[in-house]
Design a protein around this ligand. Structure first.
Ligand SMILES: *Cc1c(COP(=O)(O)O)cnc(C)c1O
Length: 461
């Protein structure tokens, strides 16, 4: 007993003093990188942890190990919480992994505008105050055929602003089939109530007719709202009037037609073997008064909410006090404008990562997956190729998939391997199916291939 206590005393005595450690040249050097305060705090924490470990029966670290321990701890603490990951899941617009990737042009615009002053609210021609709302406006109108446009924080904000500014205290008619929850707790009935509008449910879960809307119109009605059922599909005995029919009915009764489109597709998804996702241009052509959609789903840009439509209505939104609270910053606008330019030049599929991924032919994916397989085989790691499916994700095109070629790695403890991959310097997120880890080249940009292979070898070799 006494012997154990005296052994522990010896270990405690091996612990250096805080000051002595801070005077060590290697530790003093760290102060240049991390600052005195952080290093001192780290030294204290490590010594306290060591004392606890000794109390629990461990021995003290060797004295020459301390600088390395301190460095490792500081490096771990300064790893950002928000950091890049490799998405090998094959889900293109992955909500948890940041949705759309920005194009090279969008990133360049962010860099240029972020690093210096900009014409954010300055009219260069007039040499006077300008409006941040002017930047993406002309491009949005040219691309969609709308009269006017405003960009806000996200589509949830777009819906909230449109309803709050135009329908507060009045009724908004929505089909019972469209009272949807988008994910992350965004529920159309809740947003509607929050905006101060009054929800009037019409029709049934599966069938809503035009007369359900027209019979529900009262002197209190302000709008008919259509909400795209982005993330689920109804099949069977189902009906819903077309947008053109709804618009005609709304206008006949002096109501607005507000169309919440969700994903904001500007390109035709059927060209890539997918079901048709409603396109923004179609809603404009059908006569909707206001249309809302996200910037970072199928549009392939930064997080944003876009509201386009009749000039007089958009102007009212722009003037609304909430517009200030929901507005976007210069970095978003820079990325967004650059993204729209890709569409304008007819280069969206070539330049925007989301569309590059959607358009990637299975033969090209197979070639990449088999390249990975060969590289791993060279290092003694066995993997197979397996036909599979990628998904668009982001709450768009539910149940729709794109054929792909997966790299499959069999392992007795796939969850353990997946966890190890997530703890790599650049974490890798993949799919697990039974005893296989699956890696889909569709969502791995070619620039990340080397990093992915390095991570796989580090974990599997
Ligand atoms: C995704 C979606 C939203 C929410 O958009 P955010 O950009 O995530 O705020 C709203 N409505 C529909 C129909 C959607 O699909």
């Amino acid at each position: 007993m006494n012997e154990a206590i005296s052994e522990r005393q010896t270990e405690y005595r091996k612990l250096p003093a805080v000051d002595a450690l801070l005077r060590e040249p290697a530790v003093a050097l760290l102060m240049g990188d991390y600052g005195d305060e952080l290093v001192t705090e780290c030294v204290r924490d490590l010594l306290a942890a060591s004392r606890q470990q000794i109390a629990a029966g461990a021995s003290a670290p060797d004295v020459e190990c301390w600088p390395a321990l301190i460095h490792a701890q500081l490096a771990a603490q300064s790893t950002p919480s928000l950091r890049p990951v490799i998405n090998a899941t094959g889900i293109i617009v992955h909500t948890n992994l940041g949705r759309a990737l920005l194009s090279a042009a969008a990133l360049k615009a962010v860099q240029a505008v972020g690093a210096g002053y900009s014409s954010l609210e300055y009219d260069l021609a007039a040499g006077a105050r300008g409006s941040r709302h002017d930047h993406a406006r002309r491009l949005l109108c040219a691309l969609t055929g709308a009269e006017d446009a405003i960009v806000v924080n996200n589509n949830a904000a777009a819906v909230y602003l449109a309803l709050g500014a135009l329908c507060q205290g009045r009724e908004v008619l929505i089909s019972r089939s469209q009272l949807v929850e988008i994910g992350g707790g965004f529920r159309i009935p809740d947003v509607l109530r929050q905006s101060g509008a009054r929800l009037v449910e019409v029709g049934t879960t599966n069938r809503t007719h035009l007369r359900d809307f027209t019979l529900a119109v009262t002197a209190e009605s302000a709008a008919i709202m259509r909400v795209h059922s982005s993330n689920f599909k109804q099949i069977g005995f189902v009906t819903m009037p077309s947008l053109a029919e709804l618009t005609a009915a709304a206008h006949k009764h002096d109501l607005l037609l507000i169309d919440d489109l969700g994903s904001g597709a500007l390109l035709d998804t059927t060209r890539y073997g997918l079901a048709p996702e409603p396109m923004v241009q179609q809603s404009v052509a059908a006569g909707a008064d206001l249309i809302t959609f996200s910037g970072d789903k199928l549009l392939g840009g930064p997080q944003a909410g876009i509201i386009i439509g009749r000039a007089e209505l958009v102007e009212r939104l722009r003037r609304h006090p909430m517009a200030r609270a929901l507005r976007v910053d210069k970095l978003t606008l820079a990325a967004f404008e650059a993204t729209l330019h890709s569409y304008r030049r007819g280069r969206a599929v070539q330049e925007l990562p989301v569309w590059q991924m959607i358009a990637a032919p299975v033969a090209a994916l197979q070639a990449r997956a088999s390249g990975w397989q060969a590289r791993l085989a060279d290092q003694g790691v066995a993997a197979q190729l397996q036909a599979g499916e990628s998904a668009v994700g982001g709450g768009a095109l539910p149940g729709e998939t794109l054929p792909t070629m997966l790299l499959a790695i069999e392992h007795a403890a796939p969850d353990r391997i997946a966890a190890a991959l997530r703890s790599q310097p650049t974490p890798v997120v993949c799919r697990i199916q039974q005893d296989r880890l699956l890696f889909d080249p569709r969502t791995v940009p070619p620039e990340q291939e080397e990093t992915l292979l390095t991570a796989l070898l580090a974990v599997l070799q």
